[in-house]
Design a protein around this ligand. Structure first.
Ligand code: NAD
Length: 338
């Protein structure tokens, strides 16, 4: 099938080209992201392939449908950037990659937590400057600390398991569907409010939905333990950034590690080192010594990129052959308000 692959970077091309040897699709790589101003580039393509920050709203989908596109293939797990109700109405199928390597994200999450909690980036910067003083670098043991894991699906379960069985943390969890295997390890499921009140460290692994949007907000921060450490490798809008900044300024929050950011679509995945970044909130976040930000790279491993390419191209082949779409985003996910 002819596929317009939006928002492509050299690593996307490499892994998609490799996987395509087995499928023979006609891949048309495009650098811009999909949005109202670029959607015309998809005309005549049966499928578009997009990533987390492409805009797949009703207007974009209408133009896609008019141009003959019948499939949106997300090369990621999350699909909060797609108007599913509009896709359903227009007869456009939406597929995603539900699991490519939860280990990639889980391992990066633990890495971020250790890095911010033990001041590793600051220590590295000091040593490069021949400053071997240790003042200000005192950390805390993870062992014995209470960590709250919000969302114990594929990624959250690995994080919870690692923290509990590996590091010996007390692990609290919140999910709509408790995992008995985690409970057997001693992970305790509690209501989300209890988790946010009792945890010393909170790590977010639930999807972005109306229920989880801004789950870390002013009220949650006020009710949290002093010195709370917040880790987010899921979706930026799970956190109210303005509230987070206030929590950091008041010292209620002890440290923050983010791989995702509410307004990341205007920043991440691009080299802006020669630009003036006008997002004041983001710039303020970077000024705190106890904040560590990475640019949505938790998924970025060889194994994950290979699996993403393979699953995406197989879904397109299934759609072309009229086979059942195993990775179709079900219309049951459409929020009642939409
Ligand atoms: P998953 O679907 O396996 O797990 C999500 C879990 O969250 C499920 O167990 C679900 O029941 C639970 N959940 C849903 N609503 C909830 C709520 N209101 N409160 C608590 N739990 C709730 O997904 P996953 O593969 O583990 O991925 C988790 C998230 O990680 C994704 O939604 C995606 O946004 C993010 N992600 C980020 C990256 C990255 O590179 N930073 C890569 C992949 C995925």
């Amino acid at each position: 099938m002819r596929i317009a692959v939006f928002n492509t970077k050299p690593y996307d091309r490499r892994f998609l080209d490799q996987a395509n040897a087995a499928f023979g699709h006609d891949l048309h790589f495009l650098e811009p992201r999909l949005e109202p101003g670029t959607v015309s580039l998809a005309a005549g393509h049966g499928a578009v392939c997009v990533f987390v920050n492409d805009i797949v709203d009703a207007a974009v989908l209408e133009t896609l449908a008019a141009g003959g596109t019948r499939l949106v293939a997300l090369r990621c797990a999350g699909f909060n950037n797609v108007d599913l109700a509009a896709a359903l109405r227009l007869g456009i199928d939406v597929v995603r990659v539900p699991a490519y390597s939860p280990h990639a994200v889980a391992e990066f999450t633990i890495g971020l937590l250790l890095a911010v909690d033990r001041h590793i980036p600051r220590a590295w910067a000091r040593v490069r400057d021949n400053n071997f003083a240790l003042d200000g670098l005192i950390g805390r043991n993870l062992h014995g600390r209470t960590v709250g894991v919000v969302g114990t699906g594929k990624i959250g379960a690995l994080v919870a398991r690692s923290l509990r069985a590996g590091f010996g943390c007390e692990v609290l969890a919140s999910d709509l569907y408790p995992d008995p295997a985690l409970e057997a390890l001693g992970v305790r499921y509690v209501p989300r409010d209890t988790l946010l009140r009792e945890a010393e460290i909170v790590t977010l692994h639930c999807p972005l939905t109306p229920d989880t949007r801004h789950l870390i907000d002013t009220a949650a921060i006020a009710a949290a333990r002093d010195g709370l450490v917040v880790v987010n490798t899921s979706r930026g809008a799970l956190i109210d950034t303005a509230a987070l900044i206030e929590g950091l300024k008041s010292r209620k929050i002890g440290a923050v590690a983010l791989d995702v950011y509410e307004q990341e679509a205007d920043l991440f995945f691009e080299d802006l080192s020669n630009e003036i970044v006008s997002d004041d909130q983001f710039q303020r976040l970077l000024t705190f010594p106890n904040v560590l930000v990475t640019g949505h790279q938790a998924f970025l491993t060889e194994e994950a990129l290979a699996a993403i390419a393979q699953t995406t191209l197989r879904s397109v082949a299934d759609a072309e052959a009229g086979r059942m779409l195993a990775n179709r985003v079900d219309s049951g996910w459409i929020a009642p308000s939409k």
